[in-house]
Write a protein that binds this ligand. Structure first.
Ligand code: ZN
Length: 242
């Protein structure tokens, strides 16, 4: 992890930013909001001196995940890979569809924080594996947090890793928020796609991560839905975002 509000690694508006060792160097998963760029670059230099950053994969177009991508690309020379469904939002800097406008009005971000339009180098689609940094990544589309939310699965040190963005957090907490494209129906339809993946490492965009038994968190949420109940959601009790 090279960026995070919760772990105190970068700015208060940053999601967890992961750096993955890949055959050609490093690949970042998510990029923070852009407000913690200096700290993320410094953390990378300290943890991985001289190792090139080949790419940054975005899980969805929310500001705290995607806002920092262009700045990091300029500083690090990496490619940006994003879901095909996020591309237009990012390339237009569409603050309404990305949810930034509403989140800012509610006080979730400073009034001066704006979404800068930038080009996406590479897009990915549901269930179509792609290569970045010499590493194979499999995108799983799970609506519910946002219409464009993806989880990325890959192998790390022989283990199955799932970068779950804001789709599912440790303990099976779901990322339902009060936003135009968020709701339980997306989860009801799509969350079973994460079942039976045998995930070891669950690496969400916020909060605790685990290196072992990650599938248990995912299965807890799937099982709750199957039983006819709503799983825990962010914003409830101790399950907070930032
Ligand atoms: Zn989000």
């Amino acid at each position: 992890m090279v960026g995070s509000a919760q772990y105190g690694l970068s700015s208060p508006w940053d999601c967890s930013v992961y750096a993955v060792r890949v055959p050609q160097g490093l690949v970042l998963v998510d990029t923070g909001a852009g407000t913690g760029e200096d700290e993320i670059v410094a953390n990378l230099a300290e943890d991985f001196p001289g190792v090139p950053v080949m790419g940054a994969i975005l899980t969805h177009s929310h500001m705290d995940h995607a806002g920092g991508a262009d700045g990091l690309r300029q500083r690090l020379g990496c490619e940006i890979a994003a879901p095909q469904v996020s591309r237009e939002i990012l390339e237009l800097g569409d603050e309404k569809r990305s949810g930034l406008q509403q989140a800012r009005e509610r006080g979730g971000y400073p009034p001066t924080l704006c979404m800068k339009a930038y080009a996406v180098d590479k897009v990915f689609c549901a269930d179509v594996e792609f290569q970045l940094g010499g590493q194979t990544w499999r995108p799983v589309h799970v609506r519910g947090h946002s219409h464009d939310s993806f989880c990325l699965t890959t192998r790390i040190a022989g283990k199955r890793a799932c970068f779950s963005g804001d789709v599912v957090f440790y303990g099976g907490v779901l990322g339902v928020i009060n936003s135009w494209d968020s709701g339980m129906q997306g989860y009801v339809e799509d969350l079973p796609r994460l079942g039976e993946l045998g995930v070891d490492m669950l690496l969400p965009g916020h909060g605790m991560f685990t290196l072992k038994g990650g599938q248990r968190s995912i299965d807890a949420a799937i099982q709750a839905l199957r039983s006819g109940f709503l799983p825990a959601q962010i914003g409830q009790g101790a399950a907070i975002f930032l």
